[in-house]
Design a protein around this ligand. Structure first.
Ligand code: ACO
Length: 325
């Protein structure tokens, strides 16, 4: 009998410090940087973001999200046999944030590693976990997206610093006799690396270059809307489904305009699109599991429904997963 993987629980966590657009406008004004609630809402749909306190790392946010997902799944941490963390803001250069999270969960022994695909990271990580479960390498995986993007923002650059926030989301993915994950589709094209990057690196014990986020927003926007449609169509074709089979679209929460455009191309009403970007901005690899958890906990997404997850981000990377909850 074929072995599949299925999500058995979801969880998320936002650090308590919340900055509304008005709070951010006031903070940036101190640096002589001008922006407005009107501009941010109109161009992005973002109304607030959360920033982690100093000394709080991706593993700390991931720990809270992981605990919530484990409770929802009714799974004890000691039964987890694989941990994959998607993050572009790891606690350290090494060890991996996944290994640090494993220890914070009070467990040891299972494989734990990070996946770095920026805002597509969670879709990449879930695809890897699914493959490892299908081959029998793992049976109960914890897949986490967690970020402290506030640490890599340039608060003098209004074109980027208003867009991002910190947070974490997690799922427990378990071996199943009935299909959960139906199909996935992952891509990267490194020639676009410079349109969204943090070009700094560590050398000789120091950060060299510029360790802050740079983005050509318009170039990212244009590429994103095209590749998201392609990835959605690819997973539908692989699973033998059509747009009409989609109950919910859970896109990467970067910009409401990208989400509207994707929904339109797939002929989905916005009532089928999970939108949380207004509450926390772009949390990169955390955004998809956070949005999924929010829709599950609010009773919108239910067992048996067909869900399309879609991510796009630095690399350039993109991908989609079609699954049954
Ligand atoms: N406040 C006020 N004005 C601003 C701000 C701001 N925060 N930022 C830019 N502006 C100004 C610009 O200076 C420009 O002014 P000008 O016309 O006088 O020159 C004007 O607003 C328009 O700027 P654009 O860059 O053309 O604005 P656009 O409509 O493209 O919106 C945005 C910018 C929101 C960044 C958009 O391009 C976008 O969302 N791109 C995709 C970003 C994205 O999804 N990134 C995440 C990918 S995920 C990952 O991997 C991290």
């Amino acid at each position: 009998m074929r072995r599949y993987s299925r999500i058995s629980g979801t969880g998320s966590y936002l650090p308590p410090r919340r900055l509304t657009n008005a709070d951010l406008v006031a903070k940036l004004a101190k640096h002589g940087v001008e922006t407005s609630d009107h501009w941010i809402v109109e161009r992005t749909g973002i109304r607030a973001r959360h920033f982690a306190a100093p000394g709080v790392f991706s593993s700390d946010l991931g720990l809270e999200a992981a605990r919530n997902a484990l409770t929802a799944a009714g799974v004890d941490a000691k039964d987890i046999d694989l941990i994959i963390v998607a993050t572009s803001t790891p606690d350290m250069v090494f060890p991996s944030t996944a290994a640090i999270l494993q220890h914070k969960l009070g467990i040891a022994g299972c494989p734990a590693f990070d996946v770095q695909a920026v805002c597509s990271g969670f879709v990449y990580a879930l695809t890897v976990a699914d493959a490892m479960i299908q081959t029998g390498t793992a049976s109960k995986a914890l897949v986490v997206g967690t970020e402290v993007f506030s640490r890599i923002l340039d608060f003098k650059d209004r074109t980027t610093c208003v867009l991002f926030g910190d947070g974490a989301g997690a799922v427990v993915l378990e071996a199943s006799r009935v299909p959960g994950i139906l199909a996935s589709d992952l891509h990267a094209d490194g020639k676009h690396a410079d349109i969204l990057c943090v070009p700094g690196h560590v050398s000789g014990g120091k950060a060299s270059g510029d360790p802050l986020l740079k983005m050509d927003g318009q170039a990212v926007f244009k590429l994103a809307v095209g590749v998201l449609e392609d990835a959605a169509r690819a997973v539908l074709a692989k699973a033998g489904k059509t747009e009409a089979d989609i109950d919910w679209l859970v896109p990467h929460q970067a910009n409401i305009r990208i989400m509207r455009s994707t929904a339109k191309k797939l002929k989905l009403p916005m009532s089928k699109v999970v939108v949380t970007v207004d509450q926390h901005g772009n949390t990169s690899a955390a955004s998809i599991p956070m949005a999924l958890d929010s829709a599950v906990r609010s009773g919108h997404i239910n067992r048996g429904e067909t869900v399309l997850l879609e991510g796009v981000g630095g690399g350039f990377t993109w991908g989609a997963i079609l699954l049954k909850m």
